[in-house]
Every structure is written in C-alpha cells, then in structure tokens.
Design a protein around this ligand. Structure first.
Ligand code: FES
Length: 780
C-alpha cells in the first residue's frame, strides 16, 4: 500500500516489491494493496458501518486508491480535515457528480424533463461559492433559526400523539422522514402539499447521485429526478409571484433582485431542489441513527431520560459516532500530497468523515458512545471550513427536540429485537430505512400525569457548550478534615466507572443551582471514586456554605469534567510545590505523582494553624520528608522570596489565596514560563461594554468576516454566525476556546497563555481576549 509515495520517498515505494503480486496500480505509480483492491463502498460492510469497514485503512493505509471506485479514499481525521480546509487544492466541484455514470436511456429521460442541475453550495468553487454563501447566510444565523423552533416542537408533539398509544412503530416511516421534510419545506418557504411525492423524489435523487442503480433502475430513478426538478421549478415560480415573508428561498429571491449576478436563476433552481434534500434527508437519517444508537446503549438512554440537560451533547456524540453524512468527494486541482501519499492533479478523492470521526488519534476511546466527551463537537459530520453544512444548527435543533420529546414521553421505549437494518445503497448518506421500536402504552408516564405532554425543555441554539454535559454522582462519604473543610467522596450512582484524571484536574460540582470548581485530590487511577475538599467560605457567594449545610452521605449531585487547566509538566527534573490553605488539593495530587515518578520535589504548605490545614496527616504520611509547614499561629511564615529565589531550575506549581499568587507573580515576572498557578477566577475576563471597542475577525478557513460588537465576546460573535468553537469556563481559565491567530494584534485577557505565548500572539482565547486595534485574522 502506498503510505509513502515514490515521490515523497525519493523513488522508493515500500510496496514496489509486492508490485508483481498486485493486480492494479494506482495513478501515482504505486501498487494497490489487496485490501484497497477489494474495497467497495457499495457492499454491505461499508453500508452498515463505514467507520468499521475502514478501520484497517485508518490503522495501516490512511490514503489508498480504490480501483473499483476510481477514487482515492482518505480515512484519518487530520487528513480529512486538511482536505476540507483547503478547498482550492481539493475542489468540491465533483461533490454531486454521479458516482455511477448515467446510461444513455437515463440521460434521455432527464433531458425530457429539462433537468439542468447546476452548481449548488456544496459543489461550487471559489470565489463564486463564498460570494453566494455570504449573500444567503442570514437565514441560518441563530436569531433567524429561533423562529422555527415552535414549529418543530409542535410537529414533533403532533406526530408523537399519533403513535404514543400504539405500542409499536416504525419511527422512520411514521415520523422521522416526514417531520424533517416538513421543517425543510417551512425553512425554504415551500408549500406543504405533495409531501409523498417529494419523499419519493428525494430518495431517487440520492440513488441518482450517490448510488449504484442498475441500468433499468436508472431510467426509473431518472423519471423521478426529472419530476423532482420540474416540481422544484414550479414551486420557485410560485414563490416569485410573492417573495415576501419567511423562508430561505424567498429570501434568496429577494437577494437576487439586489445581486442578480451572484444569485442567478439557474442557481436558485438548483438550490431549490438540493435544499429540500439537504435540509430534510440528512436530518431524518441522523435522527434514526441517533435513536438506534441510544436505544442500543440502554444505560446512556436512561441517563438522558433522567437528565435531559445532557441531550445537546448526546446529539453531538451521536453525530460523531453514527452521523448521516459518511463521506464527501473532492478533486485535486494540482499535483499534491495527502499525508505522505502523492496525489496527482485530477485525482478524485472520497473523504470519509465517518471514518475520521472514529480516529483514535483525535478522539479518546473513539468507538465508545460517551455523551460526556469533551471534544465531541470536533466531529466532521457537518464538514469543516467554508463548505461546512449551513443547516447544521437547524439539524441540531430538530434532533434535540426529537430526543427530548422521546425521552420524556416514551422513556420505556426499546428497539424491536432481531430486526435487520437496511440502508439505501450509496457512498455518502447513511441511515436505516426502517427503525422498529416498541413500548407498553400502559406505562406511558403521561397516563399518570397528563401535563407531561406539554412540558419540554428548550436548549440554546448552536453547538453545545461543554458546560451542558453533567454527570450524576452520589456522595458516599463526607469526611471532616478540619472544622471548616470537608472532603467528599463521589461515586457513580450505578457503580459505573468514573473517568480517570491527571494531577491538577478539577471538576465542576453542581448542587442545586450553584456550580463551583474543585480540584481533585484522590487517586487519579481510581475509576470508582473522585475526591474533592471544600472549605466553608463564610463571606463568599454562598456556594460552599450550601454544600457544607446540605450535602450528606447519599446526597445526589451533578458534576462536569474532569478537566485540567493546571497540568503538571512531567519533563522537568525538580519541582517546587507551594500551597496556601485549601490550595493544597491539586498540589497533593501532583506530589503523589512526582513521588511515583521518582522526581525531586518539595512542598511548601502555609495555613493559619495545623488544625485548619486540610490533608495534613496524609501529607505527613506520604510526603513527610519533602514537606515544609508554615502554620501562622506557630510564628512560622512562608518566606516566599527566599523559597522562590532558591528554586534553581525547579518548576513552580502553586495554588492558594489570591494574595499568595499575586506575590508569586510579582517575584517571578522575569521567568513567568517556569511558574504555573491555579486560578479559580479571572477578574479580567468579565466584559464591560462601556470600555470596549467593536472590531472584526476574518476567518481564513471559512472565508468569512465577522463583526464583534463592543458587548460581545469573539466566541459569541462566531457562534452567532454558526461557527462552532468549543468552550468550557468562558472566563479565560481553561484554554478550550483557543483558536489560531494568523494576523493582527491581540489583547490577551486569559490566564492560560504564558508571557512568551502572548507576545508571539499565535493563539488566543475567544471567550475573553479581543483585538488591540484593527482586525484579527483567525485560523477557522
Ligand atoms: Fe475557557 Fe475560553 S472557554 S478559556
């Protein structure tokens, strides 16, 4: 297999020796491996599970030539994303080309209908593509999408009403196809009639473009596609008579009057037809995939029923693990390289996002459904860059409402056992044709409480925030460390494993309406329990008091994380660990780790009195010879200048009250990179619109310019136009919202970057940092 191309490796192809056994040769001169030779995306393996069918490729041959398809297949996350990002070298112009050439008879049929599908948003090259995309984007912004939410909710309820007492249903046939179709029609502004005909047409369109119909089927498919084309034209004409009002197509018709050379007639007709398919079929398939996956993972389904706040993250994780868009196509406009494989000009590529989404190089435990996963929104199911799916937030909106209604009204629903799932054979779109579920209507919760039907929970539009993924936990022990510090031991209520963590990590503890961050101080490898210690802050905001007063053994709490913004760099030789009071919690976990690694370290621990210093006994037991204690009531004061001044090459890790950290910062101004401190609040990150300036950010991958108002963060401005950037703390503490900066001067306000990193200005935290002046260019 050509992992190293002849050109990339000075003529030495590692598979050349095997060439005599290889029946095929790739266009770059390399022999084709047996797996590549036998790869067929129309076979059931790929249809059933494209990620699994390409596991061998991700592991051994991430870019290979498929002679059966005549395409290069790309299966790893980094390569797929790089191709999405560079839409000039990898043109999308073949994205809608028929993968199986049309027979003459089918062509004649299409011609009879005047079929003239032209460029649409998905297969158009620059600069025309972005010009049109910008012209037509408004309808996809979050504010505009919010108008559709009540309609989606109403439709979902009505369809569920029809089947809630039946006890068994094929969800695809009875609901999942028609609701997204109706939503798509509303979104486009199309009349609702002819739904059945449209359904038939849009299936035909999929087979026509991405499938492998037999010559006889081709004529039948062409008939349906031709009618679909005509119908789209008629509806468009109707809309032209009255282009006022809601709907993307009506908006596009109005924009045509302002920008006739950008929004052309042929473009409108093509988008009309493509829009119906894009907006409805992908969502229908994605929802069916999602429900199937969740019902196959009962424990996760039950978590969602018990805690609907997890739904946005669960939707995203299902899109990652079993999305409806499996692959896209591109054509190389020049001789180039993907990974280390030479790709000649004119080569066609099948970039398999379904496989990329299972790449363990990017996602931990990639084959596991983990609705608490913190980078699940990095999935490529919506594509990436300037061709990223414009309708992604409409799809998210629908999928969240579906899931919210099902988990609330039919939590006892199960899959009908032993059903065989079938898929419309095609390379790119994936979802079961039927999804049979059953339940006992006598157990429907709304029979006991009729108000349940009307309840419902709205989620903010757009990508989920990491804040949304909360895990339930039970407090199994409360240990009084000192008169005002308790240590809590937390476990999963059903005894399931909890995530591992690294020293310096914290969790967000959610008790009632309050959320507070606490560092973990137990054993990072213990999957059964997490430990935190909490000081009662009498003058504080009330969170610690509430926890002290109300949390007892068996109290249920929620938690987010663990996340680590205070990572221990394990490469140094020596370490100076400094803690004040409750700040000992991350420090003790670091000390444990350093001891295990056999590193040189010293702990300097200050407090009011020995009796007020938590974890003291354990420290003395495990780290007694490395421990210097400074109880103030014994007259022992931590002499910070002396301790820090004598650190030599040691790295400093400190956590404690603000005055301790400020004093440390003042002492180490010249060597900020060797000092790591844990902050739990970021005073600079709070936005005060009266003191801010508006500015612009230009997105180099998406080719957009986004205004950032004085009362907006960059993160908010990006999300408002549908650009997903993950976030967690939104206070400049965690580094989650980091993006690359290509040009411009950044006013850094985070606590994440070091002084050198700030000076270099190659990255910024979008939740708090801004432009110093002028425009910023970001790598998004
Ligand atoms: Fe945490 Fe921005 S979200 S630094």
């Amino acid at each position: 297999t050509p992992r190293t191309s002849p050109r990339a490796d000075e003529g030495r192809c590692p598979f050349r020796d095997a060439a005599s056994h290889a029946p095929d040769t790739a266009p770059n001169g390399c022999p084709v491996s047996p797996q590549a030779a036998s790869f067929d995306p129309f076979e059931s393996d790929y249809q059933l599970d494209p990620a699994e069918a390409l596991r061998w490729s991700r592991d051994q041959e991430p870019v290979f030539y498929s002679p059966r398809l005549g395409y290069w297949v790309v299966s790893r996350y980094a390569d797929v994303k790089a191709i999405f990002r560079d839409n000039r070298t990898f043109s999308p112009s073949i994205a809608l080309e028929k993968i199986t050439p049309t027979t003459q008879a089918a062509q004649d049929t299409l011609q009879r209908y005047g079929y003239a599908m032209n460029r649409t948003l998905v297969n158009e090259d620059e600069p025309a593509h972005m010009e049109r995309r910008r012209a037509l984007m408004k309808s996809f912004e979050l504010e505009e999408l919010a108008h559709h939410e009540p309609m989606v909710r109403r439709l979902t309820r009505e369809y569920l009403d029809r089947l809630v007492d039946k006890g068994e249903a094929d969800l695809v046939d009875e609901m999942l196809w028609e609701i997204p179709l109706t939503v798509a029609l509303h979104f486009l502004g199309v009349p609702e009639e002819d739904m059945d005909t449209l359904r038939e047409y849009s299936i035909a369109h999929t087979v026509n473009t991405w499938g492998r119909p037999s010559p006889d089927e081709q004529v039948a498919v062409a008939e349906a596609v031709g009618k679909f084309w005509q119908y789209a034209g008629q509806v468009l004409e109707k809309m032209r008579q009255d282009p006022a009002g809601h709907g993307w197509m009506k908006y596009a018709i109005r924009r045509q009057q302002e920008l006739p050379e950008v929004v052309t007639d042929s473009y409108l007709h093509s988008m009309m037809m493509a829009g119906i398919v894009a907006a409805h079929e992908t969502t229908a398939h994605a929802t069916a995939n999602m429900l199937r996956l969740l019902l196959e993972n009962r424990a996760v389904w039950e978590d969602l029923c018990a805690n609907p706040s997890l739904i946005p993250n669960a939707v995203e994780e299902c899109l990652r693990l079993s999305g409806s868009v499996a692959a896209w196509r591109r054509i190389a406009t020049t001789d180039t390289q993907v990974g280390d494989v030479a790709i000649p000009q004119g080569a066609k590529l099948l970039i398999v996002s379904a496989s990329a989404n299972h790449d363990g190089r990017h996602f931990e435990n990639p084959d596991e459904l983990d609705i608490y996963r913190d980078n699940t929104t990095d999935h490529l199911t919506f594509g990436y860059g300037s061709h990223q799916c414009m309708g992604k937030n409409l799809a998210r909106l629908e999928m969240r409402i579906f899931l919210e209604e099902f988990t609330r009204r039919l939590p006892h629903m199960t899959l009908v056992p032993d059903q065989t799932f079938t898929f419309v054979p095609n390379t790119s779109f994936r979802g079961p044709e039927h999804l049979w579920v059953r339940w006992d209507p006598a157990r429907n919760p709304e029979r006991r409480d009729n108000s349940l039907r009307e309840q419902g929970r709205d989620f903010p539009l757009g990508a989920p925030s990491r804040r949304d993924a909360e895990r339930e936990a039970v407090v199994t022990r409360v240990i009084h460390e000192t008169p005002d510090v308790i240590r809590l031991v937390l476990e999963d209520p059903r005894g399931r494993p909890l995530p591992r963590w690294t020293p310096g990590a914290h969790i967000d503890l959610v008790v009632g309406d309050i959320t507070r961050k606490y560092s973990l101080c137990g054993d990072p490898d213990d999957e059964q329990r997490l430990e935190i210690a909490i000081r009662r802050e009498e003058p504080g905001r009330g969170g610690s008091r509430l926890i002290h007063d109300t949390v007892k053994p068996q109290t249920r709490v929620r938690l987010r994380g663990p996340r680590n913004h205070f990572r221990l760099d394990e490469t140094a030789d020596g370490y100076l660990l400094i803690a004040g009071g409750i700040g000992i919690t991350p420090i003790i976990a670091m000390a444990d780790r350093l001891k295990r690694l056999g590193k040189r370290y010293a702990i300097h621990y200050a407090g009011r009195s020995r009796g007020s210093m938590p974890l003291l006994e354990r420290l003395k037991r495990d780290h007694g010879d490395r421990l210097c204690l400074y109880p103030a009531d014994e007259g022992r004061r931590l002499d910070l200048p002396a301790v820090v001044g004598g650190r030599g090459e040691a790295r400093v890790y400190a956590c404690g009250p603000a005055r301790l950290l400020d004093a440390l910062a003042a002492l180490t101004r010249d060597d900020a990179d060797a000092i790591h401190v844990e902050h739990f609040s970021a005073s600079h990150a709070i936005l005060d619109p009266r003191r801010e300036q508006a500015f612009e950010v230009e997105l180099s991958d998406s080719e957009l310019t986004v205004p950032v108002a004085a009362d907006q963060t960059v993160l908010q401005a990006l999300r408002a136009v549908g650009v997903d950037v993950p976030s967690d703390c939104e206070e400049g503490l965690c580094g989650t919202c980091e993006v690359a900066v290509m040009a411009g001067e950044v006013d850094h306000r985070d606590k994440v970057l070091s002084a050198d990193e700030r000076a270099a200005s190659r990255r910024m935290m979008t939740c708090c940092s801004r432009a110093k002046r002028g425009k910023l260019v970001l790598g998004l």
